[in-house]
Design a protein around this ligand. Sequence first.
Ligand code: DOR
Ligand code: ZN
Length: 343
Amino acid sequence: MTTFSIRTPDDWHVHLRDGAQLTQTVAATARSFARAIVMPNLVPPVCTVEAARLYRDRINAVIPPGSSFHPLMTCYLTDGIDPDEVAAGYAGGVFAACKLYPANATTNAAHGVTDIRRIHPVLATMERIGMPLLIHGEVTDADVDVFDREVVFIEQVLTSIVRDFPGLKVVLEHITTADAVDFIKESGNQVAATITPHHLVINRNAMFQRGLRPHAYCLPVAKRERHRIALRKAATSNSPQFFLGTDSAPHPRAMKESACGCAGIFNAPVALEVYAHVFDEEGALDRLEAFASEYGPRFYGLPLNPGRVTLTRSPWQVPDVVDVGGQPVVPFLAGETLAWRLQ
Ligand code: DOR
Ligand code: ZN
């Protein structure tokens, strides 16, 4: 096959940032995706309906001409979050979901939740109104090995959320382990997971290839090869519990190439092409459409996109660096050749 088309996909997890970066991040995502779930980990975080509305206005102001891109906003959960504010934002069509960051789990997660019991009231409200909970699933205890933090989160926190709120729609974001795949499969269809392009392509060795590779560092961190294989199997399994979410997360090159580099991989310039490459390698190109364009909207209760996108087998080289808000950012797979090109 040298060309194929699928229903226009959506990105169910992206960091568009703010300010000068928005023009390029929005264009990079709108290039491939009709809608995107926009992460709220700005400084300060997006915790109110008003903040989300203003952020959405700033995104809408830079959507490229001719694009019908539609941002879906999220509410950043804090210990003190007001359930009525969350419910009002959902009813008013501003919030599409809430995002749970355990406090200090990742970039701009300092205001995250310190103890899941503190947000039981808002989780009860969300369960009642059918609003999805999106989870960064890692514990933050310094004494838990960084490669075990997802598994320990599943054991210590996620299991109790799913047990205590059986009707709550939950997305475990950017899963990185076979354990997460198993947990999702053992849960009902109200529990799902997103899978990133980078976790399908790299394992933890990528961070240590003949030296320290900051551009392969993200959170949750890539794990052993057997986990990458489990993720590829899950993504191509045609299960409605696994769908596309890029976690595209740009940081200026200087912030990555640093003594204490930021976590995050900017994959929006290559994301759909990389998914196509992975599904092709797995002999599952016929399953890409459901993963990219059907299972996400079905989970969120949104209509499928009407349009189509076409991918052609036509090798192209990923740029070494791209401009994001006047600063150089190294994209995922910089300098490498990709087989599939988006028309
Ligand atoms: O690698 C990551 N980068 N993981 C996250 O959870 C946050 C993101 C960011 O905002 O940079
Ligand atoms: Zn993220």
